[in-house]
Design a protein around this ligand. Structure first.
Ligand SMILES: C[S@@+](CC[C@H](N)C(=O)[O-])C[C@H]1O[C@@H](n2cnc3c(N)ncnc32)[C@H](O)[C@@H]1O
Length: 239
């Protein structure tokens, strides 16, 4: 892919294992002029930056402080402030990348930042390089098919409301529940009520050195509420 000055690249760096970065992502990271990463608000450490560390040496890397937030863009939100810096860099003109864990179009800060960038300059050319999602890594770790044959499959976020989760359980065969962490107790209650406890994998830090996956809800109940890097996979029909 030819990297162009003035273009904004959203790059997925995968779920954690640097070997799960795509060749396309690596080539783009190596070639862009400026790399923005979403750093944790307090520590400033960027998970995406750590995954791509090897390819960031000697590059202009700007870590942006973000809370774990899922609000849409408003006023001087962190997304707006990030977008202002990104648009400034694009106008130099430079090629600019924003790195995101997993895939940029799946529950990612990238889409909020992109919305804010387009708000400032609707004409900015944008290219997205997909990444391997966290749930693809979790399915691989637990050797769980996410969808087979005529099955249906949903990805549900549990960050704000578990209401959608109940509806999704009624509607589909298999589910991934992302961002459960502060709500993991509620999620476990719902799964228990439906008799799905032993149909559920709780997966933490997939593809990372401390990856662990547990069948059933016990560990999720005990530890889920402080494990941000966790998700559930549910298969309603066991074979
Ligand atoms: C902001 S979302 C990022 C999703 C990412 N864009 C993707 O494609 O997977 C953060 C949530 O993704 C999930 N997640 C990301 N990486 C993970 C990993 N390595 N293991 C387990 N869950 C992970 C967790 O549910 C976490 O709360």
């Amino acid at each position: 892919m030819k990297i162009k000055a003035g273009t904004f690249y959203g790059i997925g760096v995968g779920p954690g294992d640097p070997e799960l970065l795509t060749i396309k992502a690596v080539n783009a990271i190596k070639e862009v002029d400026v790399v923005f990463t979403a750093g944790h608000q307090r520590s400033g450490i960027s998970m995406a930056g750590k995954i791509a560390y090897e390819y960031l040496q000697g590059k202009e890397v700007i870590a942006l402080p973000f809370p774990h937030t899922f609000d849409s863009v408003s006023g001087r939100s962190p997304h707006r402030e990030a977008a202002e810096k990104i648009v400034e860099a694009l106008k130099r003109p430079a090629s600019v990348a924003f790195l995101t864990i997993g895939d940029p179009m799946t529950f990612s800060t990238f889409t909020y930042v992109l919305e804010a960038v387009r708000d400032i300059d609707p004409g900015v050319p944008v290219k997205v390089i997909p990444g391997i999602t966290s749930f693809a890594a979790a399915a691989a770790a637990t050797v769980t098919p996410l969808a087979e044959g005529e099955e249906s499959f949903a990805v549900v976020g549990a960050a704000k409301t578990t209401e959608k989760l109940s509806k999704a359980i009624d509607a589909v065969d298999n589910l991934v529940i992302m961002k459960p962490y502060r709500h993991s107790g509620e999620v476990c209650d719902i799964l228990d009520e439906r008799g799905l406890g032993m149909h559920t994998w709780f997966c933490v830090e997939c593809s990372r050195p401390h990856e662990r996956c547990y069948l059933g809800l016990d560990v999720a109940r005990e530890e889920g509420s402080d494990k941000y890097m966790s998700l559930f996979i549910v298969r309603k029909e066991l074979k």
